[in-house]
Write a protein that binds this ligand. Sequence first.
Ligand SMILES: Cc1cc2nc3c(=O)[nH]c(=O)nc-3n(C[C@H](O)[C@H](O)[C@H](O)COP(=O)(O)OP(=O)(O)OC[C@H]3O[C@@H](n4cnc5c(N)ncnc54)[C@H](O)[C@@H]3O)c2cc1C
Length: 598
Amino acid sequence: MTNSDAITHDVIIVGAGLAGSWAAMIAAEQGVRDVAVLSKLHPLRSHSGAAQGGIAAALNNVRPVAGTGPRGPLEQIPEGEEPVDSPELHMFDTIKGSDWLGDQDAIEILVNDAIDVIYQYEHMGCVFSRTPDGRIAQRRFGGHSAPRANFAADWTGHVLLHTIHEQALKHGVKFYSEWYVMDVIIEDNIVRGVVAINILTGEVHLLRAKAVMFATGGYGRAFKITSNAFANTGDGVAIAYDAGAPLMDMEFVQFHPTGLYRHGILMSEACRGEGGYLLNKDGERFMEKYAPDKMELAPRDLVSRSEQREIDEGRGVMEDGQAIWLDLRHLGREKIMERLPQVRELAIDFAGVDPIEEPVPIQPTAHYSMGGIPTDNNGQVIADAQGTPIVGFYAAGEVACVSVHGANRLGTNSLLEASVFGRRAGYAIAEFIKNGAKLHPVTGDPAERNRRMIQEMLDNPGKELVEDIAQELKATMTANCGIFRDDEKLKRALKDVRELQERFKHARVMDKSRRFNTDLLAALETKHLLTFSEVIVTGALNRTESRGAHARTDYPKRDDENWLKHTLARKGEDGRPELSYKDVTIFWDRFPPQERKY
Ligand SMILES: Cc1cc2nc3c(=O)[nH]c(=O)nc-3n(C[C@H](O)[C@H](O)[C@H](O)COP(=O)(O)OP(=O)(O)OC[C@H]3O[C@@H](n4cnc5c(N)ncnc54)[C@H](O)[C@@H]3O)c2cc1C
């Protein structure tokens, strides 16, 4: 297939989660007629739909009951009474949560657009939980100093995704469901299209477009215990990096404090937002020692480290001492059934424990990727620290790094980021197309190049099994590049990752057929895991400080003098990541760096 028989669209968006669907819907609504979304999963199976706890915005609908203290029960704010929350407070909490690595101009946009985005969801028919007088209900979440998590029981992502998907369909967006993108074509710093496999037929196609957006989500699957769906293999970051785009702040990987023991499946932070306790084997609410003020609702990096310390010092639960109790019993049946029905079902199905009757064993679980493809505040991908654009290339959502989360994300800020910056990317793309963007020619035959690569993988007689390589990668990333890191561990991780990259060259794909070849897809995904894991480890090894989710036992302090900067990684001539650094945008007169205490 050549340039002339490629599939063409004005806009191609890769990923049908909240970020991709928002961008597609807005671009179409703004008059771009030919918008296509490719998704390796059915769009409604995107990981956004698994989000449970909530989406942040300072709506000021509820407040703590007077005189009950910061952790007391909540009530709706009577009409005309003083607000307890503001975008400014949301901004400060986000900056503090990010350990001052978030770009403050982007964070300001996030918190200001938040309110409007929530009401837009509401007007599109999204079924939020409600206060008694019918306003959108809100709950507490870690690191937020007011109750600002807007939610629909513990199905928040599900209802948001269904709402926005319907709207995208209504505006005539074309969805390619179960198409796997494996390459992006960038020449002379201009994006030209993508190469994708139609999973059903196994055929490889070149798809050309004037604008391409990546909204491919996160990459928790590089770790053994993770809350992420099987599909969260970071294809987008690996493909962009291989095509010459930089990656930013990849060393910052968030561990969520409450994954189901041994499974990693998420017990939403809403469990603690609604008042759940964390207990060690002595029945002690140990967060008293680590965050006396915020307790269980300290930010995730701090709570995960505290749990790991309790476990490492012998105060864990279960036979191997590798878990902590999440105790919800005191919330009572009614509240659990109304607010946390999904969490209860997951605990019963996967741990055989009913949280109404018993505490649930949990452990920290790899959850969220703060790093990703660097963009400006309108989703435009940038090629360097000076902000040079890669023309026509956009990214938003978890695959991108804009950066609002810096070194650590606060819960509920991610559904918000995907919505706010997905929407902004949609407007920017519409503008770009309307200003006369062109379909640029493609040199050579990238589809054929990718077909040959697949054929070589299928023909490889090697003895290595893809699944073994993936498991070994996850084991070393968890043990050596997990919650606590040091020079020795990180060097071991780097050596392991590189050895596994070599072994992958001898990996055999068992299924040689064309149609629905999930074995081949798993091999491509494993290749992506190996690619970006090297970037995570290299960034972590170089960053000789502790900040947010990046905790080095050999450099336990934050070091603003040397490290108040973003990491940029680009694939070098020798195929290894080359690092450079980029300034953080800080409003020095409003939010100068402070010590981070909770
Ligand atoms: C269990 C869980 C609970 C969470 N709860 C919350 C919460 O309560 N609040 C909150 O703010 N955040 C939460 N998060 C985080 C949040 O859900 C995600 O960060 C956010 O939804 C990401 O949205 P996205 O649009 O960037 O990507 P996703 O929703 O992950 O979508 C990615 C899309 O990319 C497609 N794709 C990927 N690779 C390819 C490829 N190679 N070819 C074609 N298509 C591809 C996929 O098919 C999919 O459509 C949670 C995350 C998890 C895992």
